[in-house]
Design a protein around this ligand. Structure first.
Ligand SMILES: *[C@@H]1O[C@H](CO)[C@@H](O)[C@H](O)[C@H]1NC(C)=O
Ligand SMILES: *[C@@H]1O[C@H](CO)[C@@H](O)[C@H](O)[C@H]1NC(C)=O
Ligand SMILES: *[C@@H]1O[C@H](CO)[C@@H](O)[C@H](O)[C@H]1NC(C)=O
Ligand SMILES: *[C@@H]1O[C@H](CO)[C@@H](O)[C@H](O)[C@H]1NC(C)=O
Ligand SMILES: *[C@@H]1O[C@H](CO)[C@@H](O)[C@H](O)[C@H]1NC(C)=O
Ligand SMILES: *[C@@H]1O[C@H](CO)[C@@H](O)[C@H](O)[C@H]1NC(C)=O
Ligand SMILES: *[C@@H]1O[C@H](CO)[C@@H](O)[C@H](O)[C@H]1NC(C)=O
Length: 915
C-alpha cells in the first residue's frame, strides 16, 4: 500500500470517526420524569447497578423489586435461573440514567415505549430462552401474537440505535465516560442550561432574599425599584421600595449611577430592616448614599418609605466607579464596597484614593448596624483593622479596591462546612485585566499599584511596603472588559456545581467558573457555555441569554441566578433573571424540597410568563445565529448554545406498534443458532406450575409423564372455564386438588387454583379481562410522577405466591410447617404472632376449605431446615389470596429464629361438618 493510500485511509478513518463522534456526542442522560439522573440517597437493594447514578430512589427500587417478585412467582427454580436475569434487567432499565432514551421518552409529545429498547442480539437471547415471559412484562395484547415469531418479537423490543439500546448502552465508553459529571464540550467548556425566572426588568442590579423562610426574592432595578417575587415566580404589583424620585441615574446605556444594591438584615424575621446603596445628587454634588429602611408595620412586602435613615454618604468626584455592593458577613456586620472615585487610573491625590486610607473611596468598609436605634446609625466593629492607625478611616476593612462589582459570601460546603464565610469579589479593571479577589481583613488589593497580577503604577508597584494580596484569578481584556462577581454554588439541586465559583463579564457576556484546587491552593478556570439543544432538552429549560451580565444572586435555598439584559439602559425592560441549571445531574428526589412559610399579600399578584422559547419546544432543525463577537454589540445580543447543526435524531421506533396477525404457522426456526436449546416447556410458567406438583423436596423437577406441548391447550381450557365469579371455596381443578390419597408430602398451591391470572395467555379472553380505558400511552405533554410508569390501571395481576406444608408425617398433608416461594427460593415464615386468620389464608390458598388452627412448633418436629426465613410480622384479614397480600415485613427481614417458624393445620371439611 502506498503512503498516499495509507494516508487517505487514515483521513477517511478520521472523517468517519469524526462523523460518528458527532452523531453520538449527544449523550443525554435523562429519566422518565424528564429530569436528569441522580445518586439515590439510600443504596438501592434491587437495581444495584444504578445505585451510584440513575433514575430510581429506594422507593422505586422497591416497587420494581416487588414487581419482579410477582413475575418471578410464575416460575420455578429453573425458570427463575434462566429468565430471572432477563426480567430483572428489563425491569431495571427504568433506573438507567438513559431511561428516557431506552423508553423513547425524551420528547414529552410523542408516545413512549412500554418496554425499554433492547439490542437485537440480546433480544434474540431473550426470545430463545424466555419468550413466553413477554406477556408478564407488558399489558400490550400484542404479546400473544408475536411471542412465537422471533423477528416480530424483536422488532417489537428492539431499539434500533446500536449504541443506546440495552445492554450496549452500558458498554459504550462514549456514553459512560464521565457519566453524571458536569458535561463539557470538546474544548472543556462546562455546559449548563438556564431557566427563565423573571423578565421585563429595567437593568436588574441585585437579587436578594430575606432568609426568613418565605423563600421570597427581591429584585432591584437601577432606577430605584425593588420588587418582591414569591417562590412560584409571581410578583407583587406594589414595589417593596420605590426610590425612583431620589435615585440619580439616566437612561444612558453604561451609566454606573443609580440604585445599586439592597441588603436585608440577616435576621430579617426579627430585625425588620433593609439597607440600600444608591446615587443621589445633593446640592449638585454627586454622592453615594447608604441608608436604612424599616419594614412597614402594615405590609410585610413593603418598606416604610418614611423611615429612611442615612448611614453614610460619600462624595463621588466622578460619575463612574460608584462601587455598589452591600452585604452582611457571617459576623453580622454590614460590608460596603466603594469605588475609587472614578475617572481613569485613580488620579486623585499623591497615589490615588485606593491606597489612601484617609478616604473611604476605593475601599471595602465594615460597620455594625445593630443596636443603632438610639444615637449613631452605626458603630465600628472593635476589630476593624485600621482603628488605631493615624489618619485612617476606622470603617475600612480592606483597601486597594478599584470598583468592586458584586461580592458574595460562601455558605460553605453543605456537609463539611469547608469554605464557609469566605468573601469573594469581582474587581473591575482598568485597561488590561479583570480580577476576582478573596477579601480578607486589612488586605490591600493592590490598585492602583497593580491591575490584576501586573503592575499598573510601576513606582507604587515596586515599593516593598505595598504588601498586597493577589487576586485568585485575573483575565485579560480579550475575554471580557468588566467583571461581574458571582457566587460559590452551595445550593442543593445541582450537586455537581458544589464549590464552583460562577461569575461573568458584563461586556463580553462570558460566563466563567473557578474551582479551588485544595492541593495547590490555585483556582482553576473553566469557561461556562450554554449546553446544546440536546443537552438542555428538559422541560422549561433554555440555552441562551442576553449578554450584559449585570449581577448574580442566590435564593434562600442557595440556588444560583444571574441577572442580564439585552439593552443595558435603566429605562429598557430587557432584563431577565436566569436560574443556572446543570443538566448532567440533579439531587435525589425529595432532598431539596422546601416548604416556604406563608406570605401575607396586599395588592395583586402578577403571574410570571416566560418569554424565551423552551429548548424542548424548539424545532430540531433550527440553527442558532452565530455567536456575536464581543466587540460588536447589537443591543439585543444574546448568547446561544454553540451552534452545530443538529445531527440525525436517533431513530424513533415503535410509536406505532407493528401490526400482527395471529400466527398460523409454526414458529420459524431462528436464523441464529440458539446458544441453548429452544424454549423448554419447563420455563413456561404454566408448565412449571403443572410440573411443580411432582417436584421433589430439593426443587428438582421430575417429569410427570410424557406431557409436553399438549399441556398448554389443556391448561387454557381449564382456565377458560374458570372465572372471577367462581366461588372461592370451589376446589381447584381435579388434577391439582390435594387429596388425602396423594402420596406426596409437598403441596404447592397452583396459580390455577385461586386466580384467573393466566387468561392473558389467550388473546380471546383479553378483552374481557382487561380494562380498556387504561391509559396505555402518555398523552401530549403529560408527565409522570416519580418515574413511576404505571398507575393503578397498570399490571398488577396478583397471583398466589406458592406455599407448601412440610410435615414430619408424610401421611398428613393437611398440616405442617408453612414454606413459601419468593424470588426463586423457598423459605420459612417465622412469626410468633401468626394467627388463625393468617392460617386461613394459607389453607385456602392450598385448596382446603379452612384452617383448623395454627400448629404448635412441636407438631412440626425438630426444625432441620437450611431454608432462609423469608417472612415475618404477617398480619392478615383472612380474605387475602396469599400471605404476600397480607401486611408483612420486607422479604428476608426478620427478628426471629427458625424456632418460631409457623405451621398450620388445615381442614377440607366445611365448618358445619365439624361436630
Ligand atoms: C389489541 O387491542 C386493541 C385495542 O386495545 C385491539 O384493537 C386489537 O384488535 C387487539 N389485538 C389483538 C391481537 O387482540
Ligand atoms: C403563587 O403563590 C401565591 C401565594 O402562595 C398564590 O396566591 C398564587 O396563586 C400563586 N401563583 C401561581 C401562578 O401559582
Ligand atoms: C414611585 O414613586 C413615584 C414618585 O415618588 C411615583 O410617581 C410612581 O408612580 C411610583 N411608582 C409606583 C409603581 O408606585
Ligand atoms: C488622602 O485623602 C485625603 C482625603 O481625601 C486627602 O486629604 C489627602 O491629601 C490624601 N493623601 C494623599 C497622600 O494623597
Ligand atoms: C513606599 O511606600 C511607603 C508607604 O506607602 C512610603 O512611605 C515610601 O516613601 C514609599 N517608597 C518609595 C520609594 O516610594
Ligand atoms: C403412614 O401410613 C402408612 C400406611 O398407612 C403407615 O405404614 C406408616 O407408618 C405411616 N407413617 C407414619 C409416619 O405415621
Ligand atoms: C421485630 O420485633 C418487634 C417486636 O417484637 C416488632 O415490632 C418488629 O416489627 C420486628 N421487626 C421485624 C423486621 O420483624
Amino acid at each position: 500500500m502506498s503512503l498516499v493510500r495509507l494516508w487517505r485511509a487514515g483521513v477517511l478513518h478520521c472523517l468517519l470517526w469524526l462523523l460518528l463522534s458527532v452523531l453520538h456526542a449527544d449523550s443525554h442522560p435523562q429519566c422518565l420524569d424528564y429530569k436528569p439522573p441522580f445518586q439515590p440517597q439510600e443504596p438501592l437493594l434491587f437495581c444495584k447497578e444504578y445505585a451510584k447514578f440513575g433514575c430510581c430512589d429506594l422507593e422505586q427500587d422497591k416497587q420494581i423489586s416487588y414487581r419482579f417478585d410477582q413475575i418471578m412467582d410464575y416460575f420455578d427454580h429453573s425458570g427463575f435461573m434462566v429468565c430471572g436475569k432477563y426480567i430483572r434487567s428489563i425491569l431495571c432499565q427504568e433506573c438507567s440514567p438513559y431511561a428516557a432514551h431506552l423508553y423513547d421518552a425524551e420528547d414529552a409529545n410523542t408516545p413512549m415505549r412500554e418496554l425499554p429498547g433492547l439490542c437485537r442480539d440480546y433480544c434474540s437471547d431473550f426470545w430463545h430462552h424466555c419468550r413466553y415471559t413477554l406477556s408478564l412484562l407488558t399489558d400490550n395484547n400484542i404479546t400473544a401474537t408475536i411471542e412465537e415469531d422471533h423477528d416480530k418479537f424483536c422488532d417489537f423490543l428492539e431499539l434500533k440505535d446500536p449504541e443506546y439500546c440495552y445492554p450496549n448502552v452500558l458498554a459504550s465508553d462514549e456514553l459512560n465516560a464521565n457519566l453524571g459529571s458536569v458535561k463539557s464540550d470538546p474544548k472543556g467548556c462546562i455546559q449548563l442550561c438556564l431557566q427563565e425566572v423573571a423578565n421585563g426588568l429595567r437593568n436588574p442590579v441585585a437579587m436578594v432574599h430575606a432568609n426568613d423562610g418565605t423563600h421570597r426574592f427581591f429584585i432591584a432595578e437601577q432606577l430605584g425599584y425593588v420588587w418582591v417575587y414569591l417562590p412560584n415566580g409571581s410578583r407583587i404589583d406594589r414595589p417593596f421600595l420605590n426610590l425612583t424620585k431620589a435615585v440619580l441615574t439616566s437612561p444612558w446605556a453604561g451609566d454606573e449611577r443609580g440604585f445599586l444594591c439592597i441588603a436585608l438584615h440577616p435576621r430579617f424575621s426579627v430585625v425588620k430592616k433593609a439597607y440600600v446603596y444608591y446615587s443621589v445628587s445633593v446640592n449638585k454634588q454627586e454622592r453615594i448614599r447608604i441608608s436604612e429602611f424599616l419594614l412597614s408595620s402594615m405590609d410585610m412586602n413593603m418598606l416604610d418609605h418614611s423611615s429612611e435613615r442615612t448611614l453614610l454618604e460619600v462624595v463621588e468626584p466622578a460619575s463612574n466607579h460608584n462601587g455598589g455592593q452591600l452585604l452582611f458577613g457571617l459576623d453580622g456586620f454590614l460590608y460596603i464596597f466603594i469605588g475609587d472615585g472614578g475617572k481613569a487610573g485613580d488620579p486623585f491625590g499623591k497615589f490615588g484614593n485606593s491606597q489612601n486610607k484617609s478616604t473611604l473611596l476605593g475601599k471595602a468598609l465594615r460597620i455594625d448596624v445593630d443596636n443603632n436605634d438610639d444615637g449613631a446609625p452605626y458603630s465600628i466593629p472593635s476589630d476593624n483593622p485600621f482603628i488605631g492607625e493615624k489618619d485612617s478611616k476606622p470603617e475600612i476593612y480592606a483597601y486597594g479596591v478599584r470598583n468592586m462589582w458584586r461580592c458574595s459570601i460562601d455558605r460553605g460546603d453543605p456537609i463539611t462546612g469547608q469554605g464557609q464565610g469566605r468573601m469573594f469579589c469581582g474587581d473591575v479593571g482598568q485597561n488590561k485585566y479583570e480580577e476576582v479577589d478573596m477579601i480578607e481583613i486589612g488586605g490591600n488589593y493592590g490598585w492602583r499599584a497593580k491591575e490584576g497580577f501586573s503592575c499598573y503604577d510601576k513606582k507604587l508597584c515596586l515599593n516593598s511596603s505595598l504588601d498586597d494580596i493577589l487576586p485568585i484569578f485575573a483575565y485579560p481584556h480579550k475575554l471580557g472588559k468588566s467583571v461581574t462577581g458571582g457566587y460559590i454554588y452551595r445550593g442543593c439541586e445541582m450537586p455537581n456545581l458544589n464549590g464552583l465559583y460562577i461569575f461573568g463579564d458584563f461586556m463580553s457576556g462570558r460566563l466563567m467558573s473557578l474551582k479551588e484546587n485544595t492541593d495547590t491552593g490555585n483556582w482553576d478556570y473553566t469557561e461556562i457555555c450554554m449546553g446544546r439543544d440536546k443537552t438542555c432538552r428538559f422541560p422549561k429549560l433554555i440555552n441562551s441569554y442576553y449578554k450584559y451580565i449585570i449581577s448574580f444572586g442566590e435564593d434562600e435555598a442557595g440556588e444560583l441566578y444571574f441577572l442580564a439584559t439585552g439593552t443595558p439602559s435603566a429605562a429598557s425592560r430587557g432584563g431577565v433573571v436566569y436560574k443556572i441549571v446543570d443538566p448532567s445531574r440533579r439531587a435525589p428526589p425529595g432532598k431539596c424540597s422546601i416548604k416556604p412559610s406563608p406570605v401575607q399579600i396586599k395588592g395583586k399578584l402578577i403571574q410570571f410568563h416566560p418569554k424565551e422559547e423552551f429548548v424542548i419546544n424548539k424545532k430540531p432543525t433550527t440553527t442558532a445565529p452565530p455567536k456575536t463577537k464581543a466587540t460588536t454589540i447589537p443591543s439585543t445580543t444574546r448568547f446561544q448554545a454553540t451552534t452545530r447543526k443538529p445531527t440525525t435524531a436517533s431513530p424513533r421506533i415503535l410509536t406505532q406498534k407493528p401490526k400482527v396477525s395471529r400466527p398460523t404457522q409454526k414458529p420459524r426456526t431462528p436464523t441464529k443458532k440458539p446458544q441453548t436449546p429452544a424454549p423448554k416447556p419447563t420455563l413456561k410458567p404454566l408448565m412449571t406450575t403443572v410440573l411443580r406438583r411432582n417436584q421433589s423436596p430439593t426443587g428438582a423437577l421430575q417429569p410427570l409423564n410424557s406431557q409436553s406441548t399438549t399441556v398448554r391447550p389443556q391448561y387454557i381450557t381449564t382456565l377458560k372455564v374458570r372465572s372471577e365469579t367462581t366461588p372461592r371455596r370451589t376446589p381447584p381443578p381435579t388434577t391439582l386438588r390435594p387429596s388425602t390419597k396423594q402420596p406426596h408430602t409437598y403441596w404447592t398451591a397452583s396459580i390455577t387454583a385461586t386466580t384467573t391470572r393466566p387468561v392473558y395467555w389467550t388473546s380471546a379472553s383479553m378483552k374481557t379481562s382487561q380494562p380498556t380505558d387504561r391509559p396505555r400511552k402518555r398523552g401530549r405533554g403529560r408527565g409522570r410522577k416519580n418515574g413511576q410508569r404505571r398507575g393503578k390501571g397498570g399490571r398488577r395481576r396478583h397471583r398466589s405466591e406458592l406455599v407448601r406444608l412440610v410435615s414430619p408425617d408424610p401421611n398428613r398433608s393437611d398440616r405442617g410447617r408453612v414454606e413459601i416461594f419468593v424470588r426463586g427460593e423457598w423459605g420459612t415464615v417465622c412469626d410468633d404472632l401468626f394467627d388463625y386468620k393468617a392460617a386461613t389464608v394459607v389453607c385456602k390458598q392450598l385448596g382446603f376449605a379452612r384452617a383448623l388452627r395454627v400448629a404448635k412448633p412441636a407438631e412440626m418436629g425438630r426444625v432441620a431446615t437450611n431454608l432462609r426465613i423469608l417472612l415475618d410480622d404477617v398480619e392478615c384479614e383472612g380474605t387475602e389470596r396469599t400471605l404476600l397480600h397480607c401486611k408483612h415485613a420486607t422479604f428476608g427481614q426478620h427478628n426471629c429464629s427458625h424456632a418460631e417458624d409457623v405451621g398450620v393445620v388445615c381442614s377440607s371439611e366445611e365448618e358445619h361438618a365439624v361436630k
